[in-house]
Design a protein around this ligand. Structure first.
Ligand code: ZN
Length: 92
């Protein structure tokens, strides 16, 4: 049996609609097709954006004016430069 998408002979093919075309597809092509679906991709991007924004909004200091533990965890390198070793130690 030959996959309608990659045209490689496979042991197992599954009948499915990919890109609006019904055919017999191998597991790999079906996985790729699922990953490429626009809705799935958009959802993934949105989640990533949310995470990135959350990190961007992190303040180096907490409300008490002490180094923010969350900031230190998220930006260990920046925190090392921004805070003295004593400050980092006090807060851990
Ligand atoms: Zn295939």
């Amino acid at each position: 049996m030959i996959c309608d998408s990659c045209e490689i002979t496979r042991d197992h093919l599954t009948g499915a609609v990919v890109d609006g075309t019904f055919g017999q597809y191998c597991k790999l092509c079906l996985q790729n097709a699922r990953r490429m679906t626009t809705s799935g991709h958009a959802q993934y991007s949105r989640d990533r954006d949310k995470e990135d924004n959350a990190r961007d909004l992190l303040q180096p200091w907490d409300r008490a004016g002490k180094p923010s533990r969350e900031f230190i965890n998220s930006y260990p390198d920046e925190a090392q430069e921004m805070f003295s070793p004593q400050e980092l130690h006090e807060h851990s």
